[in-house]
Every structure is written in structure tokens, then in C-alpha cells.
Design a protein around this ligand. Structure first.
Ligand code: XIL
Length: 352
């Protein structure tokens, strides 16, 4: 073929490509399994319902080495209105983890949003309340003793705006000591599990992070059996570069284990920003979070957990958080294909 003919063909292909006529879709990403690349356990929030899908189970087992129950181990599921406990759903999660050699992270024992009837009935009697409080924590954490590698003992203790701590039934009944008391009973129930405080917006709200760390410091000073800090890392795609690194740096300065405990990056909101730009932001943040956790001493790298497996499994695709219904917050798309965020996560770890 003469050079001029080759040039003509090349330029016409280029022109057609510019017009989108000859564009071929980008080749689907093929990545090594996440858990093979990471120098820490890679976890996912799972649910009993999602486990019924064989494709979901295959994707989960290929990429993740740790699981957290999305809701089955929460008080709303376990504590019945008559004060009895139902572990049926929680046991299904634990059994799946055990059968598949997955680490199990317990979530969560005490959360400000719950004020169930059995506790309200004794709210006026401090010793009765503490007995019920102890009984619940001992029963739940005790049930998975020897299997749960860690527990979110108190979830989201800091006020939304970072000004002080949440008002909740637990604090009304026991004072702020409800946190240390929960840690005490969790340690009594399970001598081995790493006991966590877990909260969100610690990256985007330095005041909230400082208030969280003041509580941590108080607990450590009083010798509470606190072993780790969970930063949920539910992010927006435009979070400033460096915010994740600063948060993990500050949390790790305590010397405690660090869990990126509920990673996702929503594409909801910011209507003026294109979906493509938000997906780029999502990938940037996945890389920064991976790099920040990998940079810690190995003894402090507890795990990196995404809050779901595929986009369609995300809590951000289901009421009441579903927004426009087509959020894409995780590492795998609805069909289980890895996204740019997964590639950025692995690239960052390859550099670490
Ligand atoms: C969410 C679950 O994903 C939803 O399925 C449920 O309806 C509400 O709770 N921070 C937490 C998690 O600590 O427990 C929440 O999980 C998400 C925010």
C-alpha cells in the first residue's frame, strides 16, 4: 500500500472516530482480584438477600476476604419488641463467612439511632438499664466470639456537625460513659475481637474528626479496651485531594488499628458536574484511600471495606437513600464489571 493511500485511510479513520462513527467501546477492564493486590483484608458489606444471587457470590468470593453484615447484625434486627433476641439472619451471615473462610466484622452493637421498646421500658432505672445494656452486648458479641475479628461497638457517637456528641437513649440513660461501658462489656464477651468506634465525615469535617479524637483520647486515658477506629468514608466525588490522607494520618496517630469501614463515593448531587467527572473523582478518591491505608504500619492496617459489592447492591440505590436511582458508588458496576475506581485502587496499591 503506497504511503499516501495509508495516510488517507488513517486520516479517514481518525475523522470517523472523531465523529463517533468508528469509536469502539473501551475494552472492559480485567483486573486481578482486589484481595490479591491489597496489603490488608478487603471487605464488603453483604446481605442475606444478595447472597441468593450466584453471580454476586462469585464476585464477592473472588475479590473480598472479609464481610460486614449490612443490617442483619444490628439491634433493629436482633432485639425483638418483647426483649428476646433473634439471631436467625445474623447467623446466616456468620455461617456464610465461616463456610467460605471470610473474616467477619461485627456491625454494630450500639448506635444512636436505636431506642427500642425493651430499653425504653427501663430507661428510668439506671441499674436495670445497665443490666439490659450489658445483657444485649454480652449476648451479641458473645455469640460470635472466636469468629468475629472485630466489632463496631459504638457507631456514630459524634454529633452531625461535629459540635459535641449525639444525644441518644444510651447517653440519656448512662451519660457519655455509655461508650466506655459498651467497650467494657464487648471485651467481657469477646477477649480477642478488635473493638472499634466507627463514624463518618471524618475526612470532610475536620471539626467532627477532632471531636471524635477527643472521645478516643478520653477512652484511651481511662484504659477502655478500644482497639481500632473505623472511618466509614462515605464520600462525595469532589472531596478535596489530601482530605482522606489527612484523616487517616490523624486517626492513625493514636496508634490504634484503622478500618476504612464503609467506602463508597456517591455520584448523587452536584448536578453541574458530569457523571464522567464524578466517576473520575471516585477513582481518585479510591486511589487516595488505598494509598493512605497501605502507608500505615502493617499492624495498623485492619481492613478496607466497601459498603456493598456491585453498584446495584449499594444502600445508595435503595430507599430511602436512592436519590435519582442510578447512583454508581462502588468498585463494580451493576453487571459486576470492575470500574475505574477498582483500577485506581489497584494502581495505588501497586505503587505502595
Ligand atoms: C445502612 C444500610 O446499608 C442500609 O441497608 C440500612 O437501611 C441503613 O443502614 N453508616 C452505617 C451503616 O454505619 O450501618 C449504614 O448502613 C450506612 C451508614
Amino acid at each position: 500500500m503506497t504511503p499516501s493511500r495509508r495516510a488517507v485511510i488513517a486520516s479517514s479513520l481518525a475523522l470517523a472516530a472523531c465523529r463517533g462513527q468508528a469509536q469502539t467501546p473501551p475494552a472492559p477492564l480485567t483486573l486481578p482480584p482486589l484481595k490479591r493486590v491489597a496489603p490488608f483484608p478487603v471487605g464488603a458489606a453483604i446481605s442475606v438477600g444478595a447472597l441468593e444471587d450466584p453471580a454476586y457470590r462469585a464476585l464477592l468470593l473472588a475479590n473480598f476476604s472479609q464481610v460486614t453484615a449490612d443490617w442483619e447484625m444490628k439491634m433493629e434486627q436482633i432485639l425483638q419488641s418483647d426483649g428476646t433476641f433473634s439471631f436467625a439472619k445474623a447467623d446466616l451471615i456468620a455461617e456464610f463467612a465461616r463456610e467460605n473462610g471470610l473474616r467477619l466484622h461485627g456491625h454494630n452493637l450500639i448506635w444512636y439511632i436505636y431506642s427500642p421498646e425493651p430499653f425504653q421500658r427501663v430507661a428510668g432505672d439506671r441499674s436495670a438499664f445497665e443490666r439490659a445494656y450489658a445483657n444485649y452486648i454480652l449476648a451479641v458479641a458473645g455469640r460470635y466470639r472466636g469468629q468475629a475479628v472485630g466489632w463496631d461497638v459504638v457507631n456514630e457517637p459524634v454529633a452531625e456537625d461535629g459540635e459535641g456528641y449525639r444525644d441518644c437513649l444510651w447517653r440519656q440513660a448512662l451519660g457519655m460513659n455509655y461508650v466506655a461501658t459498651a467497650l467494657k462489656y464487648a471485651r467481657q464477651a469477646d477477649p480477642e475481637a478488635v473493638l472499634f468506634l466507627n463514624d463518618y465525615n471524618l475526612e470532610s469535617n475536620p471539626k467532627k474528626r477532632a471531636t471524635f479524637l477527643r472521645l478516643v483520647e478520653d477512652l484511651m486515658k481511662q484504659g477502655a479496651p478500644l482497639g481500632g477506629l473505623g472511618t466509614q468514608t462515605h464520600l462525595e466525588a469532589d472531596l478535596a485531594p489530601g482530605a482522606i490522607k489527612a484523616a487517616i494520618r490523624d486517626l492513625a496517630a493514636t496508634g490504634l488499628k484503622i478500618h476504612v469501614s464503609e467506602f463508597d463515593v456517591t455520584l448523587q448531587g452536584h448536578p453541574l458536574t458530569s457523571r464522567a467527572a464524578k466517576l473520575n473523582g471516585q477513582a481518585r478518591l479510591a486511589g487516595e484511600a488505598a494509598e493512605a491505608l497501605a502507608a500505615l504500619p502493617s499492624a495498623q492496617r485492619y481492613a478496607f471495606t466497601t459498603w456493598g459489592v456491585r453498584d446495584k447492591d449499594s444502600w445508595l440505590r435503595h430507599a430511602p437513600n436512592a436519590g435519582d436511582g442510578d447512583d454508581s458508588p462502588l468498585f463494580f458496576d451493576d453487571d459486576g464489571r470492575p470500574k475505574a475506581a477498582a483500577a485506581a485502587f489497584e494502581r495505588a496499591l501497586g505503587r505502595s
